[in-house]
Design a protein around this ligand. Structure first.
Ligand SMILES: Nc1nc2c(ncn2[C@@H]2O[C@H](COP(=O)(O)OP(=O)(O)OP(=O)(O)O)[C@@H](O)[C@H]2O)c(=O)[nH]1
Ligand SMILES: [Mg+2]
Length: 437
């Protein structure tokens, strides 16, 4: 990847981006190009030009039409680019043909390859690194062709081939196919053993019965920042909240793994909050396991909190991308509130509530309170007020109830302690025998 290969050289790979505008994407085409450019920049590449063509169906052999490929070739020479990236996925044939027609030392890759490259640079934990490597291998396999095979000859056994690296080894396409297949099965085995001993599993098996809230939304919207502000203020264990913080940074895909934290509000209501990987259009989510766990996290929630950067002129497109992704993963039925974040930057007044929405800034204390207020209303709407009578010999039940719930009223009679509190249906069932009727 760019980061691996060029960090030492301190030069950026010069790249030309290419895209086809068709009936389907023409409405948001400008935005699609901007998003594409941002991805390239996130991969430490220097975009020297963008070449587009209006075309309803990409050419099966060369993606672009013949004339356009000529134009691309001239542009590559004029701008001294060594890399061409297509906004659509390319087949092995298209890659091979384009590389042949442009120049032998120019690499052609596609958007999915680019996203995987960014992921490879961002992955920090051993599991995340292996997951991305697995995705890269699975992605390479059907796209294997001679020049990639050369590269793999040199890289076999190393930490995963990046598309900006080049080799000049002997071509052994079949051998390389088998090598990749073996690497895939090795990575899978390694991942399996790592995952079985990791906390990821423990989290999945969580049966605390606590409600789950997932922060979702477009990449760089401020999800991790909200997570950290909430953890700082309301984390279960106050003192080590520093340790519980997640990585927040002004970059695409700062977060690659989902993280779950237990939150306890001053009114004793508790829930699990998860920070997830950011969305972007045409996300290769079936490829990357870290996405799958994120998406699982989102689709197993009781409430989604969508964060959107309202200071971005394209925030409406970002909302559309998020709803499309949620639909794809079958999470569109889960109740959702939307935080129009970075209101400070957008110079809007905040915090301001409108129905299920909140205009807010993650940097503002009042916004945090408004957010918690909204959460309280949405997440705990199913709580019912009940009166329980706890006999005196059931002291531990009473203390557990007091510890975990806000007690609205408490008094004693000759049979035991009478308390009034709000409980979920499930909890009412659990304490059915104490319900005072
Ligand atoms: N001005 C301003 N900046 C914010 C606000 N919320 C977040 N940021 C900044 O936005 C950048 C991105 O924040 P993150 O929390 O990392 O965003 P994310 O949604 O987790 O991004 P990914 O993990 O990359 O998908 C950081 O530099 C934050 O400091 C806000 O309300 N106002
Ligand atoms: Mg994040």
């Amino acid at each position: 990847m760019a980061a691996q290969l060029f960090d030492t050289k301190k030069t950026k790979e010069r790249v030309i981006l290419t895209a086809i505008e068709n009936q389907k994407n023409s409405q948001n085409f400008d935005y699609a190009i901007e998003e594409f450019k941002n991805l390239a920049v996130a991969d430490n590449l220097e975009v020297v030009d963008v070449l587009t063509q209006k075309y309803d169906r990409p050419n099966a052999a060369t993606y672009f039409g013949k004339g356009k490929v000529e134009e691309l070739k001239e542009l590559v020479n004029a701008k001294e680019a060594r890399l061409v990236i297509s906004n659509d996925d390319l087949t092995a044939t298209q890659i091979r043909n384009l590389e042949k027609m442009i120049a032998s030392d120019v690499r052609v890759v596609d958007r999915t390859g680019l996203i995987l490259d960014i992921f490879a640079a961002r992955a920090k934990t051993k599991i995340a690194k292996l997951q991305v490597r697995l995705a890269q291998k699975q992605y390479q396999l059907p796209r294997l062709h001679t020049s990639l095979a050369n590269e793999l000859d040199q890289q076999a056994g190393a930490g995963g081939a990046s598309f900006t690296s080049r080799g000049s080894g002997e071509t052994k396409l079949e051998l390389n196919r088998r090598t990749i297949e073996e690497q895939i099965s090795q990575i899978k085995t390694e991942l399996k053993s790592l995952l079985s001993s990791s906390t990821v599993q423990r989290k999945r098996r969580d049966n605390s019965g606590l409600k789950r809230v997932a922060l979702v939304g477009y990449t760089n919207a401020g999800k991790s920042t909200w997570m950290n502000r909430i953890v700082e203020r309301y984390s279960q264990i106050g003192n080590d909240s520093e340790e519980k913080k997640v990585f927040e940074k002004d970059m695409l895909f700062a977060t690659l793994d989902s993280t779950v934290r237990s939150i306890r509000l001053p009114n004793k209501r508790q829930f699990l909050l998860s920070d997830t990987v950011g969305f972007i259009s045409n996300l290769p989510h079936n490829l990357v396991a870290s996405f799958q766990s994120t998406l699982e996290e989102a689709s197993n929630s009781d409430l989604l909190v969508q964060i959107v950067d309202v200071s971005d002129p394209h925030y409406r497109d970002m909302l559309t991308t998020t709803s499309k992704t949620l639909r794809q993963i079958g999470a569109e039925q889960i109740p959702m509130v939307t935080i129009f974040n970075k209101a400070d930057k957008a110079k809007l007044s905040y915090p301001e509530r409108s129905g299920e929405d909140l205009i807010a800034s993650a940097l503002d204390k009042k916004s945090l309170e408004a957010f918690i207020d909204l959460l309280n209303k949405k997440l705990f709407a199913d709580l019912k007020k009940v009166e329980l009578l706890i006999p005196f010999d059931q002291g531990s039940v009473l203390s557990e109830l007091i510890e975990n719930n806000q007690v609205l009223h408490q008094e004693y009679n000759d049979k035991g302690t009478k308390i009034v509190l709000e409980l979920s249906e499930a909890k009412i069932k659990q304490y059915q025998r104490f319900v005072n009727i």
